[in-house]
Ligand binder design. Structure first.
Ligand code: HEM
Length: 226
């Protein structure tokens, strides 16, 4: 892709596109800027769960094409995958909460709890506690987990999730593989996923994605292994 464009107009369009992304995006990992160069000029689009915006710019296009200016995770997969996955678990944990039985009289947030009472613990709420996290409502892909409180997506105490390390490893491998094999993988522009609500589990009904070209071969295929 090769084009000539007015530098200020391009900078303005990029700034506008960045501003059009929501302050608190639901899927910041997937955010990015797509540049399409064709005989109509340049089309810049942003995509996210909430917003998709488009700006068209006059440009001299010498060579048509498409490029994705990806978010930070894609630019530094090795450096950020662990903290990105951890932040994902904190920011919107798959298991929202759990029931506990009260064993002894106690007080939580001004509420008296007696033995035999049932309490519903919202891990999500604890994960956004401003007393424990710097900017709790921001998805910070490079959150420093050696400095900030651990999160509660896998519960805590004697029932702490036995599969936490497996879940972490699987999630990291899945994200890395998807983004490595599917070129320019992104949320379909304008698509708005519907959340499936629930007291315990919360998920998405479906997420429409798109990518450019053909999937790259599996690692085992490209290395010639059986
Ligand atoms: C993203 C994936 C997962 C999430 C978010 C998750 C989350 C949780 C949560 C919140 C609890 C309750 C902790 C508590 O009551 O304090 C739990 C318990 C448990 N999880 Fe997971 N889990 C995941 C994956 C897995 C996997 C892959 C396995 C097994 C291979 C697993 C096995 C268990 C078991 C056995 C318990 C019960 C532990 C006990 O009661 O002593 N989990 N998990």
């Amino acid at each position: 892709m090769k084009f000539r464009v007015d530098r200020d107009a391009f900078a303005d369009a990029v700034a506008w596109a960045a501003r059009s992304l929501p302050v608190r995006p639901s899927a910041p990992v997937l955010s990015g800027l797509l540049i399409d160069a064709s005989d109509e000029g340049l089309v810049l689009s942003t995509f996210d769960y909430e917003t998709s915006a488009r700006a068209t710019l006059t440009a001299e296009v010498a060579d048509e094409g498409r490029a994705l200016v990806s978010g930070r995770l894609l630019a530094d997969m090795d450096g950020l995958i662990a903290s990105a996955v951890e932040e994902g678990f904190r920011y919107d944990c798959p298991v929202q909460g759990n029931l506990r039985g009260v064993l002894r009289e106690t007080e939580v947030g001004g509420h008296k709890l007696m033995p035999g009472d049932r309490a519903y613990l919202f891990y999500t709420s604890a994960n956004h506690d401003p007393a424990h996290y710097d900017e709790p409502d921001r998805f910070r892909i490079d959150r420093d987990w050696t400095r900030e409180a651990r999160h509660y997506a896998f519960g805590f105490g004697i029932h702490f999730c036995l599969g936490a390390e497996l879940a972490r490893a699987e999630t990291q491998i899945a994200i890395r593989t998807l983004y490595t094999r599917l070129p320019n993988l992104r949320m379909k522009a304008g698509f708005r996923p519907q959340q499936v609500p629930g007291m315990v589990f919360r998920t998405w009904a479906e997420i429409e994605m798109e990518y450019d070209g053909a999937p790259l071969p599996r690692l085992s295929e490209s290395s010639g292994a059986a």
